[in-house]
Design a protein around this ligand. Structure first.
Ligand code: AMP
Length: 216
């Protein structure tokens, strides 16, 4: 079972490339953001607390995130039909990375590849301003580069935390809390330049996946 970690600010295309690994390479796509939004949608007590944190653009506490990972990982690791798991948006702090290491140790796994989806604040703001979500299945669209089919359009929303001032705040937190993971994962790190067109990002990523597969 291969373990991939995706690092990168909002709008860098982590979710899109994770979908590609899911559809073309039998990876399980584990997005902590999607899991948290599902909890919010369930309107549980925890969900209501999470909504406040997420909508403000802040990070959810490390213990909640590590609990979510520990309680979901075993059924995925034990399901032989997956070739790997891609962690999209996790870990986001050094404490999460340390906790993650202990969880993976239990399954004799480690992080095989870390992909850094690199993007400036300006590009992040630009991409996110056109991003729309179908909350029924968390599918992500973009008004220009990836428009939704006509029958889906009426369901689309702009996430509360995708408002420009929230995106700037999330970018700042990314620089402060998540960027230190670039050094933490330096031995397994591959950098993807996300200032290019979607097609070029796809091509770069695909090339790296093919290289990785040749090595294993
Ligand atoms: P995302 O969908 O990955 O952009 O995540 C949306 C929001 O969920 C983030 O802005 C955080 O509030 C929260 N979140 C998602 N993943 C994490 C994580 N690993 N650690 C802390 N908060 C997270």
């Amino acid at each position: 079972m291969n373990v991939f970690v995706f690092l990168g600010p909002a709008g860098s295309g982590k979710g899109t490339q994770a979908q590609y690994l899911k559809n073309e390479h039998m990876f399980y796509h584990l997005s902590t953001g999607d899991m948290l939004r599902d909890e919010v949608a369930s309107k549980s007590k925890l969900g209501l607390r999470l909504k406040e944190v997420i909508d403000s653009g802040n990070l959810v506490t490390d213990d909640i995130i590590l609990d979510i990972i520990s309680s979901n990982i075993s059924k995925i690791v034990n399901d032989s039909h997956y070739e790997g798991i891609v962690f999209d948006g996790f870990p986001r702090t050094i404490a999460q990375a340390n906790g993650f290491k202990s969880i993976l140790d239990n399954y004799k796994l480690n992080v095989d590849q870390t992909f850094l989806f690199d993007l400036s604040l300006e590009a992040s703001l630009d991409r996110i301003s056109g991003r729309r979500i179908d909350p029924r299945n968390n599918t992500v669209y973009h008004i220009l580069s990836n428009p939704a089919p006509d029958d889906v359009k009426k369901h689309l929303i702009l996430r509360d935390d995708d408002q420009p001032e929230k995106v700037s705040h999330r970018y700042k937190l990314y620089q402060e809390q998540t960027a230190p993971l670039i050094d933490y994962y330096t031995d397994s790190l591959t950098k993807i330049n996300c200032e290019l067109s979607i097609q070029d990002i796809y091509a770069q990523f695909d090339q790296h996946i093919k290289l990785f597969q040749q090595k294993v």
